[in-house]
Ligand binder design. Structure first.
Ligand code: GLN
Length: 514
């Protein structure tokens, strides 16, 4: 696949994935590489442009992450952001020092609109700043193209050499015209034409997978989540019946979800593949009997999942390829791509099965961010309800039932959750909150129904707004909507006599209950 790309060189800043996402939003493919990457490797990537990220260090200190001066004479334009700007200055002979004023937050920047980077940008524009060091003197050959009240060099450039340094963070949305600046860099400075489009990605992927797989056999664990669904459809379009999808119904899915997955991928669905549904509900319930500790429950569900999958795989026999729904943030966070220190296993189903006989792994979504996976899904004709599915934990309802899981409790939480979702959707609130569900508390309390005493369970309703799922606020759902849902739940769901609304944000709570 030959396409234009911009390489992000990662110096350990917190917004580095954002840089790549923003560039891709301009239809230019972008990849993150560690600053330790050899210059020859970078050259081989044949980038149209290079972006140096921010980072926590001071570039003039010994042992700080650095780069060679050759990086700036590859004949490829370079944009340095914050630490990257300081490093570019430092390496090319300018002066970087500790600032008297630490700038943090939204700051007004005055820019020279004659700069190719600031073309179409307002002369005074709000930018996001976060730095202790500053560029005291730009490197030789550079001119100053922006400043703030306290920062004499908010941007500098050597136009002839194609080198640009900005002290602020154009990738952060608080920088009001950051998108324009990144677009200016990619198109105006680097000369990209914008060939990163989901339709061509999908087409190319199908073609390359087909070439790679030939008439080999492919196995895929389908969870019904967005990533595994999109991966499965890509494979199905590429190799048809040579793909076998195993869908393990662990009995901890939302109401009717198992049937919905089967409707899309099963024999009466739209796709050409071999579909196996394993109804393992009873198995999971019996393994979970007596388990009350959240971590223990998670472990049981994860292990059992792999075991069921392995048993199915054994029946199929040796396969050539195993599909994984790994996506780009997993790649970066596992330390392969960038400079991130977070090490996280990136397997969808909680580990690779040990006993599945396969030669190679295929990760068709390895290059994509989550929003791009969704776009690819739509491109492939997956129904929107599947593509825009809310985040759902791997252990499913197992972690939305506080305490011991039983078939009866699963029924309660499924029914209550379905009602909550229906009522929120009917009131138009499903579009205004980011995640919403019902959980079953482990609390039973006294109630009265039809003059008779009850001693039944309490359902907790949850709805949160969040942009990144790292922090969240409890949504202010109108009482009217909560009231309607409450009424229906206590009337329609047997053994529930109380409904609570969770007003807690994250932190101190989490979005899920366990
Ligand atoms: N550590 C450098 C400074 O404090 C760069 C900060 C950054 O990249 N956000 O100025």
């Amino acid at each position: 696949m030959i396409r234009e790309m911009v390489a992000v060189i990662d110096f350990g800043g917190q917004y580095n994935q954002l840089i790549a996402r923003r560039v891709r939003e301009c239809n230019v493919y972008c990849e993150i590489h560690s600053y330790k990457t050899d210059i020859e490797e970078i050259r081989k990537l044949n980038p149209k442009g290079i972006i140096l990220t921010g980072g926590p260090n001071s570039c003039y200190e010994e042992g700080a992450p650095t780069c060679g001066a050759e990086l700036f004479s590859l004949g490829v334009p370079v944009l340095g952001i914050c630490y990257g700007a300081q490093l570019m200055t430092h390496v090319l002979g300018g002066k970087v020092d500790k600032a008297d004023f630490r700038e943090y937050g939204r700051i007004e920047v005055s820019v020279d609109t004659a700069s190719p980077l600031f073309s179409g940008v307002n002369e005074k524009t709000i930018c996001w700043m976060s730095h202790n060091d500053y560029i005291a003197e730009p490197a030789p050959g550079f001119s100053i193209s922006a400043h703030t009240e306290h920062c004499p060099v908010a941007a500098a450039e050597n136009r002839e050499a194609g080198l640009y340094a900005v002290q602020f963070h154009p990738e952060v949305l608080h920088t009001q015209e950051g998108r324009t600046m990144l677009r200016n860099f990619a198109y105006g400075v680097c000369g990209c034409s914008g060939d990163w489009k989901m339709d061509s990605f999908v087409e190319e992927s199908i073609r390359t997978i087909r070439e790679k797989v030939g008439d080999g056999k492919v196995l895929c664990a389908l969870s019904g989540g967005v990533d595994s669904s999109v991966a499965a459809v890509l494979l199905s379009k590429a190799v048809g019946k040579n793909l076998t999808c195993v869908f393990v119904d662990h009995g901890l899915l939302r109401k009717n979800e198992g049937d919905e997955v089967e409707a899309v991928f099963g024999p009466s669905g739209d796709y050409d593949l071999h579909f196996i549904r394993v109804n393992a509900q009873e198995r999971f319930y019996s393994r979970l009997r007596g388990a009350t500790e959240p971590e223990e429950k998670r472990k049981i569900i994860g292990e059992e999942f792999i075991r069921v999958f392995e048993e199915e795989a054994k029946k199929i026999g040796a396969v050539d390829f195993l599909v994984q729904g790994t996506i780009y943030p997993d790649v970066v966070e596992s330390g392969v791509g960038g400079e991130s220190t977070v090490i996280k296993s990136h397997h969808n189903v909680g580990g690779l099965p040990d006993y599945v006989d396969f030669k190679e792994i295929i990760e068709p979504l390895r290059m994509l961010f989550k929003d791009e996976v969704r776009e690819a899904g739509l491109e492939l004709g997956l129904p929107p309800h599947l593509v825009f599915r809310q985040p759902f934990p791997g252990p499913g309802l197992g972690v939305r039932i506080v305490g011991e899981v039983t078939a009866e409790k699963v029924r309660m939480v499924q029914d209550a959750d379905a009602i909550w979702r229906e009522e929120l959707a009917a009131a138009g609130w499903d579009k205004k909150v980011n995640q919403y569900f019902a959980a079953l508390t482990n609390m039973r309390s006294v109630g009265v129904m039809g003059d008779e005493r009850t001693y039944d369970y309490a359902v907790a309703l949850r709805a949160v707004t969040t942009t990144d799922f790292m922090t969240a606020e409890s949504a202010e759902i109108p009482w009217e909507v909560i009231g309607r849902a409450t009424n229906r739940i206590v009337n329609e769901v047997e053994h529930v006599n109380r409904v609570l609304y969770d007003c807690t944000g994250k932190p101190p709570a989490t979005i899920e209950f366990e």
